[in-house]
Design a protein around this ligand. Structure first.
Ligand code: ADP
Ligand code: MG
Length: 711
């Protein structure tokens, strides 16, 4: 891939960094190291600040008979029976008896090692939530260990993790990281601390939460007014305030090309308006003006365009590009996936290519999968300035691509781009002038976040959908009523409509995801008959193949598209009127909303079916159901984002973990306003009087993520 790991200033800015534990010479990073990196854990301090998401009480064994339905507990029992069942789907069903009662353990994803551990006659220690069920008491996906080993004395921390990284390994890494981390004081003694309570130092606060002592209860650990939490929250908010202020001060000094607007009939902007097959919505026109005003200034635009799925952000981007080209400059448009970039490309060339041609200009296409010859040819056009508009994936910002005079960079689905990529785009400055930046997102930022992390960002909102859309009816359907869904699909197909079927996310392994999707495709093909074409689209397919499948679906040569979540962004096939999402409970709300937005794009009434597995995964059951209900109740992306935030907390928002956005992990802007006030007051003083400590504090807390605000 051309996206060279972008330069980042972290190597210089993170003196506390220790080299990652190296594998044997000559080998790449181990699985564990890769998993740790995925979690953003590299420096000692990253480990130290990586807190448990919950604690488990493994200190006691209880009697099954004493566990109420819905209660978590740890039992020791003997396996009476163990078998693989295929109804309603493949699962391992194990019956255990602890002398007081019996219980069934169910596992949907299991390996031969599970079966071996749970062989008839084995004595096992099982921990999970018991539920009363139709077939007796059950535990879904409990944790299983050999019985008889020593019980821990204190609560066990459980960390968020990814495939390939077991809790004990992660726990050990965190412990080692915390032990090594240098945690000297960064807050000047003269600053004082907010509130009147006891003040703990950083190391005691972290040790308290990572390694509870036997006398500490879950309630104490989760009490956010505890001095340990107060300390972490105050420090975190201070880091946030410092880095924001620093970014604001830096940006105040930057200059951008002035792009005056021309409304002459011969201008590209006016010509584009004339060829559009529709009139702009009021919201599009208003946002267009906001952008036009920004572009005419010599300060770089730093604007987020948020608009619900289908609100028509693309045309706003095209009009901004036209303004830029009218002023004699180049515009770059980047999308996170090749499919999405290709869609922009075909739409924008349809509108703009003929108009550009009369000016001796063209649109260039740049992606990683391109043949070298094509890419070299495109790069040359970018360098000569002949390519007035450059569309593609992050290949657009590859170091080899040199713009003649880039003045506007547009990033679609901005939250899917990493910090480094956004920075690299800004690094494409011409003659010391920063390009204007327009970021687009269908995932709205809630107000509280907009006011804090994005304080430095201007936000435009498309709060109006183009006319003629029919609302999408959303239905929740339990997994065992899958047959009804097939009837629905057939009804749509009979009317000449098309259907999306989205396969579940199974985090453990892509291979399992793929096998599942393939099985579903075959199953549907079998049930729907020969006259229906069912195709599969997944993230591991070669690009050309993906594009061929998408083209076939667009042309209605394929009627049912089974896919993993690669279609999540940007696909536009108005004839598709039904979307089925399998295991909807495993998706985030905003993600479901985006997926659902793929239908309802034409005039036909559209529906979205959320298939869910009741009770699966035990503890997630209730919240999952509440979230799915929220989906059925509202079609408004902003409302959904608000509820998502409520349910998941801001740390998860905007896919923060992938994007590296420095969102708050500990503090809560609503409830911690006293701490926020303290941080806000201290930040400018600290930057002025203790710049060294300020930098150290930012690096410690945000590390490479500090760049996010500047990007
Ligand atoms: P999104 O905001 O999700 O990126 P798109 O830009 O893909 O939305 O627009 C969704 C669909 O609506 C496209 O087919 C687009 O051509 C169409 N569209 C955009 N603006 C209007 C409008 N003002 N009137 C009618 N259709 C429009
Ligand atoms: Mg879009």
């Amino acid at each position: 891939m051309p996206a060279k790991k972008a330069r980042s200033n972290t190597s210089a800015a993170a003196p506390a960094a220790a080299p990652a534990p190296a594998g044997p010479p000559g080998t790449g990073p181990s699985l564990v190291q890769r998993a740790l990196r995925k979690l953003g854990l590299q420096r000692d301090i990253d480990f130290a600040l990586y807190l448990p998401m919950r604690y488990e009480d493994e200190t006691r064994i209880v009697r099954l008979a004493d566990l109420r339905d819905g209660e978590q507990g740890q039992i020791e029992a003997v396996v009476l029976d163990s078998e693989v069942s295929y109804r309603p789907r493949r699962q391992l069903v194990v019956t255990v008896d602890d002398g007081s009662d019996t219980c069934q353990l169910r596992f949907f994803n299991f390996y031969p090692s599970h079966q071996k551990q749970l062989a008839v006659g084995a004595r096992v220690r099982v921990r999970g939530e018991v539920r009363g069920g139709f077939l007796g008491r059950q535990m879904m996906h409990p944790t299983v260990k050999a019985a008889g080993t020593q019980l821990p004395e204190a609560l066990t921390p459980v960390y968020p993790t990814v495939a390939g990284l077991a809790q004990p390994v992660l726990r050990r890494e965190v412990r080692a990281g915390l032990a090594r981390a240098v945690l000297d004081e960064t807050v000047p003694a003269s600053a004082g601390w907010p509130g009147a309570g006891e003040v703990w130092n950083l190391r005691s606060a972290l040790s308290f939460l990572h390694y509870p002592t036997p006398d500490v209860s879950i309630a104490a650990l989760e009490d956010r007014s505890h001095p340990a939490w107060q300390r972490l929250k105050s420090e975190e908010l201070l880091a946030q305030q410092l880095s924001q202020l620093q970014a604001r001060r830096e940006r105040a000094g930057q200059r951008a090309p002035v792009l005056p607007s021309s409304d002459a009939a011969t201008a590209l902007h006016a010509q584009l308006m004339a060829v559009l097959p529709f009139a702009l919505t009021g919201a599009q026109a208003r946002v267009g003006e906001e952008i036009t005003r920004d572009l005419a200034r010599d300060a770089p635009m730093h604007r987020l365009l948020q608009g619900d799925v289908g609100s028509g952000k693309t045309v706003v981007a095209a009009l901004a590009a036209a303004r830029c080209i009218d002023a004699g400059f180049q515009c770059a448009l980047m999308a996170p996936t090749e499919i999405l970039a290709a869609q922009h490309f075909s739409k924008l060339i349809g509108w703009l290519a003929p108009l550009l041609e009369t000016r001796g200009l063209r649109v260039a296409w740049l992606t990683g999968s391109q043949k070298k010859k094509a890419r070299d040819e495109m790069s040359a056009a970018v360098e000569s300035g002949e390519a007035a508009l450059v569309i593609g994936t992050h290949a657009v910002i590859s170091e080899k691509v040199r713009f003649k005079r880039l003045a506007l960079a547009i990033i679609d689905e901005q939250h899917r781009f990493g910090v480094a990529q956004r920075l690299a785009l800004r690094g494409k400055a011409t003659q010391g002038l920063e390009p204007h930046l327009l970021m687009m997102s269908a995932t709205p930022i809630p107000r509280t976040l907009a006011m804090s992390y994005y304080a430095d960002l201007d936000v435009s909102t498309l709060d109006e959908l183009p006319p003629g859309r029919t609302p999408i009816v959303t239905k929740l359907v339990a997994e065992h009523r899958r047959d009804e869904v097939i009837d629905r699909i057939q009804a749509q197909l009979a009317q000449g409509r098309q259907v999306y079927w989205v396969c579940p996310l199974i985090e453990e392994s892509e291979a399992v995801d793929l096998r599942n999707a393939t099985e579903t495709r075959d199953e549907l093909a079998g049930m729907l008959g020969d006259h229906v074409n069912v195709a599969l689209l997944h993230s591991r397919m070669p690009t050309a193949e993906k594009q061929a499948v998408m083209a076939a679906f667009t042309a209605n040569d394929v009627q049912v598209l089974v896919s993993t979540t690669v279609i999540e962004v940007g696909v536009d096939v108005p004839n598709a009127s039904l979307m089925v999402i399998e295991h909807a409970e495993r998706f985030g709300l905003s993600q479901l909303h985006q997926l659902r937005g793929r239908v309802g794009r034409g005039a036909a009434a559209s529906a979205c079916v959320l298939l869910y597995a009741p009770n699966e995964g035990g503890r997630v059951g209730e919240t999952a159901r509440a979230r799915l209900r929220a989906m059925a109740e509202t079609g408004d992306g902003f409302e959904i984002a608000r509820r998502d935030l409520e349910i998941r907390g801001p740390g998860e928002f905007l896919g923060a973990r992938q994007s590296g956005a420095p969102l708050l992990r500990f503090a809560d802007l609503e409830t911690d306003h006293l701490l926020l006030d303290w941080a806000r007051e201290l930040a400018p003083l600290m930057l002025d009087r203790h710049p060294g400590l300020a930098q150290k504090h930012i690096d410690r807390w945000l590390g490479s993520k500090a760049d996010y605000l500047k990007a």
